[in-house]
Design a binder for this molecule. Structure first.
Ligand code: UDP
Length: 366
């Protein structure tokens, strides 16, 4: 049987491998001139630093099977993502933790005192927060919300947090101790040789053929017994029901001597600068030594037809269109939709891999 795979990010690559290992002939179609989707990493030609070309990617999961799976393809160095944030010209620690609370309010609270204080200043009357803003007001109160989330979120999503769903904020924990790990996952790391290397290894199988610069169109379906697509769901159907909204990112690189900001990621929470965050790539590979440094300023925009989509927005108007695409997708018997763009969900890498393994498994069982 011949299988077509659209896209060579984690979703496409993992499915390609699982099916090739089971004797299928697999052909991958990648529209860009490189594999690895938005996880793509590359050595910068001037500094030789491994660059996270489409934004920072820190692998984290609490699922031991997924951790063991990914560790087959490279050595993962332990890495704890400690994010700093600038608000009103002062530097803080994120996610909101006891250090953030104490520095912001100029206090020396213990965990219990901080909990009591935040309870007093937060809007506990909000019972079931639906919007991003209500979620923030209920759990951290107005001051912290306005300092760290309100303006950053407007820059990132182009929308007022009143219009955004609460689950975007639920990605971030609030802690009443000094744990400043951005994630709560059991396992966390960064591959020694970068994500492009990992995905290259996943795709390295004699039964997998990779076509770069190749757009897969629905008409090509007939050449395959089954197709797995991680391309944007609406693009698969030629935008018949309208366009789903995505955010795209633009990046501006700068090169300096030495150390620019002393941390991999610093978020800029205020409107006073247009970028949302600055990544300093060499701090994602602290086991390497470099005298120069390359930094990237990240800017978020509404995604236009020729832009690369990054974040599904999922507003009410999108959900209406989305349901039509879901109905159309159900009717496609020889096609499985996977990944962040194929399913229009804000997925992290570990979930994309888990779902890709499940999709391959279900297909094999059939
Ligand atoms: N967020 C914020 N301020 C910050 C960091 C995050 O307002 O300093 C909000 C913002 O709306 C963002 C969301 O929290 O989209 C989720 O943050 P996360 O770091 O998970 O975003 P990602 O790294 O996926 O862009």
């Amino acid at each position: 049987m011949k299988i077509g795979i659209v896209g060579s990010g984690f979703s496409g690559a993992v499915i390609a491998r699982e099916l090739a290992l089971n004797g299928f002939d697999v052909e991958v179609f990648e529209v860009r001139d490189h594999i690895a989707g938005n996880c793509f990493t590359k050595r910068d030609s001037e500094t030789n630093i491994l660059k996270h070309c489409y934004g920072p990617h820190i692998f984290h999961t609490s699922d031991l099977d997924i951790w063991n799976y990914i560790n087959q393809f490279d050595k993962f160095f332990a890495f704890t993502n400690r994010v700093k944030a600038i608000s009103s010209n002062k530097i803080y620690s994120l996610p909101i933790n006891l250090f953030t609370i104490n520095s912001f309010f100029n206090k020396t609270f213990s965990p219990n005192e901080a909990k009591e204080f935040i309870r007093e200043i937060s809007c506990t009357s909000i019972e079931n927060p639906i919007s991003f803003e209500d979620q923030a007001l209920k759990f951290i109160g107005k001051e912290l919300y306005e300092a760290f989330f309100k303006e950053y979120t407007i820059k990132q999503w182009g929308l007022n947090p009143k219009e955004l769903p609460a689950n975007i904020l639920k990605r971030l924990p609030v802690r009443f101790n000094y744990d400043d790990n951005y994630y709560t996952s059991k396992y966390q790391g960064i591959p020694e040789n970068g994500y492009t290397h990992v995905i290259k290894k996943i795709l390295d199988h004699p039964k997998i053929k990779i076509n770069l610069n190749s757009k897969f169109t629905r008409g090509m379906n007939n050449e395959f017994d089954h197709v797995f697509t991680s391309a944007p769901l609406d693009s698969w159907f030629n935008f018949d029901y309208g366009r789903l909204s995505y955010r795209t990112l633009k990046f501006k690189d700068e090169i300096y001597e030495g150390d620019y900001q002393g941390n991999p990621v610093i978020n800029y929470c205020d409107f006073s600068v247009q970028w949302t965050r600055i990544c300093e790539h060499k701090h994602f590979s602290p086991w390497e030594k470099h005298t120069k440094t390359i930094i990237t300023k990240e800017y978020s925009y509404a995604c236009k037809p020729n832009d690369i989509p990054y974040y599904p927005v999922r507003l009410i108007k999108d959900k209406k269109i989305l349901n039509k695409y879901f109905d159309a997708a159900k009717k496609e018997k020889k096609v499985t939709f996977v990944g962040r763009l194929g399913t229009y969900r804000y997925l992290d890498m570990h979930i994309a891999i888990k779902e890709a393994l499940q999709a391959a498994d279900q297909f094999l069982k059939k």
